[in-house]
Design a binder for this molecule. Structure first.
Ligand code: SAM
Length: 212
């Protein structure tokens, strides 16, 4: 039986809430390094305003903190409060060690972001796109948050095939959560009013860039 959007979000949130404390030990040891390579390949300016969608335990924040100066800003959004608590810890630790960009954490479904349209130079949707209940609605919402010169990034640190196989193997709540094929991704971003610039799918990096 098809699940309602509300029920799917509830189940997704419960899935990640339950795993948040152990999450960093459950994922690939290479995740952060691969992500760093992907992010450092992007022309991110030191004063960029960035939305970290599905921030999880905050793996992206230290990478962005290495690229941004104190004029930059990172807003992290996640539906799972327990995952965001891990992000908060990670950021607090980093703040003790170095100057960090402005940051804000919000518990929210990215399909209904409580944020002003046009606020971000980059919307980075890292390792979470398959989990969105209505992927078109999520892409349209993320596109709406981009500034006129903004870029949407959808990335993973594995190939599409590996991600989809992992979710099938885990099963349960995430069993059917999939990253669509290239033609469907192109049609999702085009329908959201964006132009597809890059779609590359390799064993250690999946990267989609789409601009306004
Ligand atoms: C696989 S984890 C990845 C976390 C992190 N980006 C990383 O690379 O480790 C996916 C994250 O997306 C979040 N998420 C799922 N659906 C979401 C939604 N509709 N809006 C915001 N966050 C969502 C989950 O709670 C989870 O923290």
């Amino acid at each position: 039986m098809e699940c309602s959007a509300r029920e799917t979000i509830r189940r997704t949130r419960a899935f990640f809430d339950e795993r948040a404390a152990q999450w960093d030990t459950m994922i690939s040891a290479d995740h952060a390094h691969r992500l760093q390579r992907i992010i450092e390949s992007l022309p991110i300016a030191p004063d960029a305003r960035i939305l970290d969608v599905g921030c999880g335990t905050g793996v992206l924040f230290p990478i962005l903190a290495g690229l941004l100066d104190t004029r930059g800003c990172v807003v992290a959004v996640d539906v799972s409060f327990a995952m965001m608590r891990e992000t908060r810890r990670r950021i607090a630790q980093l703040c003790n060690e170095q100057a960090t960009p402005e940051h804000l954490l919000l518990q929210a479904d990215v399909a209904y972001p409580p944020l002003r349209p046009g606020s971000f130079d980059w919307v980075i949707c890292n390792s979470c796109f398959p989990h969105f209940h209505n992927q078109q609605q999520a892409v349209t919402a993320m596109a709406g948050l981009l500034s006129p010169a903004g870029t949407l990034i959808i990335c993973h640190t594995e190939s599409r095939a590996a991600i989809n196989e992992l979710h099938r193997t885990v099963g349960g709540v995430v069993g059917g959560h999939a990253l669509p094929d290239a033609p469907e991704m192109e049609s999702l971003v085009t329908a959201a009013g964006l132009q597809l610039e890059t779609l590359s799918d390799q064993s250690d990096a999946y990267l989609l860039c789409a601009c306004k």
